[in-house]
Design a protein around this ligand. Structure first.
Ligand SMILES: Nc1ncnc2c1ncn2[C@@H]1O[C@H](COP(=O)(O)OP(=O)(O)OP(=O)(O)O)[C@@H](O)[C@H]1O
Length: 332
């Protein structure tokens, strides 16, 4: 239903997204997960025909976002980060206005408005001015305008930002209820939101897709490698290379201050004895050696943390961040 192939967007010299490729099946809810500035809004804007891609192709229901924007727009509902509502209209008036823009007429229009008012629990406020509504209600009105023409595809950009916990739960439930009947892309920087609401997660970092899977599979991959934490008082300069010589060690990460290292090995390959022996025999001052478990959150942070330290996508260190997931893939 949504097909994005090798899409790149450059703003002048700055590459905002770099060869982004993913697809969303009919009735599927996909999370587009990434930290601020990763390129989520840029991708949403290309899909909704607000921006042309510099390279690559984006298609919705078979129509090209660049060449057939009217056909695409007929088939999508879009909720941008800030809901596009008119404060001086009532909810009813606004939905009527949007419905008419979407080409709905008389009976169909009234039925569509009633359907969305019911679906979004807007009954108590339908005759109130939007400007006087709480942020949660305004967000629901934003969703109602995206749904009023009953599009097969919904594109939601950070739909729960700024809402209170109760409102967040309500909006998430609503999005979940759209699965099956609608194809949805939900852009978010909140990992639990992605895993709670979506059937599949695409993780974007510095304009590149760094992982794509179901929430369960992403977690399962974590269990496919073993990790130990090692702390040394006197690590030598070539400690990482020395650790890598141990059979089964796949990856060594320097863990910040205090001589800490994270070693990853194949599932079922217990490297603790070899690591301990090497550290003790070499006089490195072994003070800690323990297994660690990583959560999905840890992996997300590792996949995306270079965001702060690197700018342009495609310039080097992003590859290092990719390795843990790629390695997990080969061992699963
Ligand atoms: N019009 C623009 N001109 C120049 N650079 C831009 C423009 N819009 C976005 N960018 C840059 O492109 C990159 C991606 O921005 P984008 O808004 O798509 O990220 P995002 O993942 O949606 O982040 P956020 O959640 O903060 O909105 C950022 O580095 C941003 O500064």
């Amino acid at each position: 239903m949504i097909d994005v192939q090798q899409v790149t967007k450059r703003y002048g010299q700055h590459t905002a997204i770099d060869r982004v490729t993913f697809s969303v099946a009919k009735g599927e809810v996909l999370a587009f997960l990434g930290p601020n500035g990763a390129g989520k809004t840029t991708t949403m804007r290309i899909l909704t025909c607000f921006l042309p891609a510099t390279e690559g192709s984006a298609r919705i229901a078979g129509y090209d976002c660049q060449d057939q924007p009217l056909e695409v727009k007929r088939r999508i509902g879009y909720l941008p980060e800030t809901p596009p509502v008119y404060q001086e209209l009532t909810v009813d008036e606004y939905l009527r206005f949007v419905g008419q823009l979407r080409g709905l007429t008389s009976n169909t229009l009234t039925a569509a408005i009633n359907r969305e008012v019911e679906r979004l629990g807007l009954g108590p406020v339908r005759h109130r001015l939007i400007g006087n509504l709480s942020r949660g209600y305004r967000q629901r009105v934003g969703l109602a305008q995206a749904l009023v023409h009953d599009p097969p595809v919904l594109i939601l950009d950070e739909p729960t930002v700024g809402l209170d916990p109760k409102q967040i739960i309500e909006i998430r439930e609503l999005i979940r209820s759209l699965a099956g009947s609608h194809s949805v892309i939900l852009s978010t920087h909140i990992l639990p939101e992605a895993t709670a609401v979506c059937q599949r997660v695409v993780i974007i970092s510095a304009g590149r897709i760094v992982a794509e899977d179901t929430p369960d599979q992403l977690s399962a991959r974590l269990r496919n490698s073993e990790k130990i934490s090692v702390v040394l008082k006197r690590p030598p300069g070539d400690v990482e290379a020395r650790f890598k010589e141990i059979p089964g060690v796949q990856h060594v990460l320097a863990g910040g201050e205090g001589g800490g290292f994270l070693l990853e090995s194949e599932l079922g390959h217990d490297i603790r004895e070899d690591v301990g022996r090497l550290a003790v025999n070499s006089g490195w001052g072994l003070v800690e050696l323990k297994p660690v478990s990583m959560t999905l959150e840890d992996v997300f942070l590792r996949l995306t943390r270079h965001e702060e330290s690197m700018g342009e996508p495609g310039q080097g260190s992003g590859q290092t961040e990719l390795e843990p997931m790629e390695r997990a893939e080969t061992s699963s």
